[in-house]
Design a binder for this molecule. Structure first.
Ligand code: TRP
Length: 330
């Protein structure tokens, strides 16, 4: 039996290069080795009250982008959270064993409550138990998550442990954080910040048109240029080089590195080259995104197939859960 991996993404906008090199590209490899569930957490996005059109469009967008990146619905189970009602039943049971004290201490909740003081809803409060239900319904062993999700993962483990303890069972394995290690690359932002993804202004999206990519790269933050030979690069310039090392050939990076070292580097030239290589990397992905996005019938078929597989796995767990709690199994 292959280990089970589960990853969830809230559908808020388009995938950017940071998502791609930081995670999605690794998912494409993982689907060969693990039993993978990649799902789109559209219920979770309700915590901030999006419109119905928004909900449907965002889920389809991520689905098309995942497929375009090479996630294969024959190998992995790719599904939309709201297509799997079993999750809600488990969410209800987990909520019965989760205490308001511990939910109130979750920092992402406290932050959100500060951001949207007029909408501190119960769904927001129980976000961690819904996430635990996502994970535990498949009895997943590994969950690739970023630093910001560690507390939610701790809650998921607590839910598993507590259920097992209360009912004297070993039904739920404790899900572990999965780290990609060297496989994942951290893509810097275009605004000179360390990370792509913090704000729109510093992102290149996988679906960006060629001319948009070029414009964004040409506008990337730089400084006055090298002044002393062989000096260390300031962060904003290092970022440019890091980006180049991701999308360009090593010789290209070495060429500009030499220019930096002898103080003859002109950022405009370097950015032009970077834009060129980025466009080359992104073109095939963007074309596939367009193909998938325009084929809603195919997207719906893939979503349906994923939902069936996910429901089968979740239903098997829920049967055990119902039996364990003392409910009739239907
Ligand atoms: N909370 C995650 C995020 O914001 C998304 C998510 C929802 C998730 N359910 C999950 C991630 C289950 C992993 C497993 O990024």
């Amino acid at each position: 039996m292959k280990d089970i991996v589960l990853s969830g993404i809230r559908p808020t906008g388009n995938l950017h290069l940071g998502n791609y090199y930081g995670a999605v590209r690794s998912f494409v490899k993982m689907q060969e080795e693990y039993q993978c569930y990649f799902f789109i957490a559209d219920w979770h996005s309700l915590t901030t009250h999006p419109t119905p059109e928004n909900i449907q469009r965002s889920a389809r967008t991520i689905l098309a982008e995942y497929l375009a990146c090479g996630i294969d619905p024959e190998k992995a189970t790719i599904y939309i959270q709201s297509d799997v009602p079993e999750t809600i039943e488990l969410y209800l049971y987990l909520n019965m064993n989760t205490y308001i004290g511990e939910l109130g201490r979750v920092t992402t909740f406290k932050e959100k409550a500060r951001q949207q003081p007029d909408n501190v809803n119960a769904g927001l409060f129980t976000y961690p138990t819904l996430m635990a239900a996502d994970i535990l319904q498949h009895r997943a062993k590994w969950v690739p998550v970023g630093k910001d999700q560690e507390q939610n993962m701790e809650m998921a483990r607590k839910c598993a442990r507590r259920f097992n303890n209360i009912y004297k069972t070993e039904l739920f394995p404790e899900p572990q954080n999965y780290y990609f290690g060297g496989d994942a690359l951290k893509v810097p932002g275009l605004d000179g910040s360390g990370k792509m993804g913090k704000s729109d202004g510093n992102c290149i999206y996988l679906c960006d048109e060629e001319k948009v990519v070029r414009k964004k790269v040409m506008r990337a933050v730089t400084d006055n240029g090298p002044e002393t030979p062989n000096s260390p690069k300031p962060e904003v310039i290092q970022n440019l080089f890091t980006m180049m090392s991701i999308v360009s050939e090593p010789e290209t990076v070495a060429f500009f590195d030499e220019k930096w070292n002898d103080c003859s580097l002109r950022y405009g030239d370097m950015k032009k080259q970077l834009a060129e290589d980025m466009v080359k990397t992104l073109n095939p992905i963007r074309e596939r995104i367009q193909e998938f996005s325009s084929n809603t019938e195919l997207l719906d078929r893939i979503a349906k197939m994923g939902a069936e597989k996910a429901r089968e796995s979740a239903a098997a767990t829920l049967r055990e859960v119902r039996k364990t709690i003392g409910f009739r199994v239907y």
